[in-house]
Structures are given as structure tokens and as C-alpha cells.
Design a protein around this ligand. Structure first.
Ligand code: Z5A
Length: 209
């Protein structure tokens, strides 16, 4: 059986990942793909418990290194027990955030050493990387304004503007380094215009595989 593909969505706060993942799901289903949708941190019972710890305020002063290790602990379980088996069954996995988020938030935002992140990436993933990453990019103030219209802020959402500027810059740097995999979509536009761009990225990807 032909293996599936691994597609990730990334972006700062309020970039519109949730809204656009539903759109991607429709596009890929129409082209006959069997899909599995998941998210990070999370995706498994262990991952969802770690997500609660990571996003909640119970551990507000958590060390940045502990945060980094918990992200990768959740990821190890997610990859081994859910993502890789699905890909082997021929399913296309769409994941709301993956390791690029670690480079962007823990590397860019928290200023942790990217060499340490890279070491953990190799330990947990070996050579496995997403086949396609859609980076929803928009100015930080616009993203925060969109996100601000929602419920109470989680531990990351409480961060200051500068933190998200560093996160955005780190994401754009990743896209610059790996343009083949990471496609940047202008998420500052209307939802319809954003979805047109996503449709075009997915169409090219479908043609290429
Ligand atoms: N994190 C980390 O630090 N390290 C890691 O390795 C990983 C994660 C994997 C949880 O992520 C946190 O974990 C995240 C980083 C950290 N924290 N932050 N910040 P999450 O993905 O669950 O949380 P989130 O970033 O807050 O995502 P979200 O809540 O799902 O937001 P979104 O999906 O990007 O946005 P949305 O809900 O689709 O849209 C936001 C609002 O904007 C909503 O009202 C929409 O209707 C509106 N919207 C969307 N698109 C448009 C357009 N085009 N025009 C106008 N309005 C729009």
C-alpha cells in the first residue's frame, strides 16, 4: 500500500490555523484522500494531558527547558503511536503545529539554543519531517487582535508583543531555509483569499506526489 503524507499548519497566534485546516480537509477529501486530523501539543491521551500542563496556569513559572522537553515528550508519543502508523496505513495526516512550532516558540520566543532543539528533533523523529508545511503568516498585531476576540488567554497567549515578533521571525527564517517544504501563505487577507492561496498550494502538492 502507498504510504500517506504528513502535512502541518503553522503560524503565530490568531493566524487562522483552525479555520483553514477545515478547509484543507475538504480539499483533500474531494481528491479522495483518507485523512487523519491531529494537533500538537496533544493528539494522544498522554499528549493531551501534557497539553493541559503546558497551556494551563498551574505551572506558570515552568523552566523553559522543561517546557521544551515536555513538547518533545508529547511529540514522541504522538509520532510513534499515532502519526507514523496512520501514514503507513496510507492516510494523509494533517497536524495543527509540529516541530517548526518548537523552533519558533521555544527557539525564537524563549531564546533556547536551536542546536539543542535540533538534537531532540533527531532523537524523536530520526529523519522524519513533514512533507508539506503551510505557514500562515501575518503581522503580530493583526494576529493578536484576532486571537484577542476569543476566550481567556492560555500560558503562551499571555506573552508580550516582542515574544510573538520573535516567533514570527523564526517561522519566516525556517521558510527561507526550506522553501521546498514550507509554503508561506499571506494570512492577513480575507478568509476567502487565504483559502485561495491554500487551495493553490495543495493543488501543486497533489500534482507533485
Ligand atoms: N507550542 C509551542 O510553544 N511549542 C510547540 O512545539 C508546539 C506548540 C507544538 C498551543 O497551540 C500553543 O502551544 C501555542 C504554541 C505552543 N500557543 N500560542 N500562541 P494552538 O495551536 O492550540 O493555539 P493557538 O495558536 O492559540 O491556535 P488557535 O487557537 O487554534 O488559533 P488559530 O487556529 O491560529 O486561529 P483561528 O482560531 O482559526 O482564528 C482566530 C480568529 O481569527 C477566529 O475568530 C477566526 O474566525 C478569525 N480569522 C481566521 N482567519 C481570518 C481571516 N483570514 N480574516 C479574518 N478573521 C479571521
Amino acid at each position: 500500500m502507498k504510504a500517506g503524507k504528513f502535512i502541518t499548519f503553522e503560524g503565530i497566534e490568531g493566524a487562522g490555523k483552525s479555520s483553514n485546516i477545515s478547509f484543507a480537509e475538504r480539499v483533500l477529501k474531494q481528491s479522495g484522500k483518507r485523512l487523519m486530523l491531529t494537533r500538537e501539543p496533544g493528539g494522544t491521551p498522554l499528549g493531551e494531558s501534557l497539553r493541559e500542563l503546558l497551556l494551563g496556569h498551574q505551572h506558570d513559572g515552568i523552566s523553559f527547558k522543561a517546557e521544551l522537553l515536555l513538547m518533545f515528550a508529547a511529540r514522541a508519543q504522538h509520532l510513534d503511536s499515532k502519526i507514523l502508523p496512520a501514514i503507513e496505513r496510507g492516510e494523509w495526516v494533517i497536524c495543527d503545529r509540529f516541530t517548526d512550532a518548537t523552533y519558533a516558540y521555544q527557539g525564537g520566543g524563549r531564546l533556547l539554543d536551536s542546536a539543542a532543539i535540533s538534537m531532540l528533533e533527531t532523537l524523536v523523529q530520526g529523519e522524519r519531517r513533514p512533507d508539506l508545511t503551510i505557514l500562515l503568516d501575518l503581522p503580530v498585531s493583526q494576529g493578536l487582535e484576532r486571537a484577542g476576540k476569543r476566550s481567556a488567554p492560555d500560558r503562551f497567549e499571555r506573552e508580550k508583543h516582542d515574544f510573538f515578533e520573535r516567533v514570527r521571525a523564526a517561522y519566516l527564517e525556517i521558510a527561507d531555509r526550506d522553501p521546498q517544504r514550507v509554503k508561506v501563505v499571506d494570512a492577513s487577507l480575507s478568509l476567502q483569499q487565504v483559502q485561495q492561496q491554500i487551495n493553490s498550494v495543495l493543488s501543486s502538492f497533489l500534482e507533485s506526489v
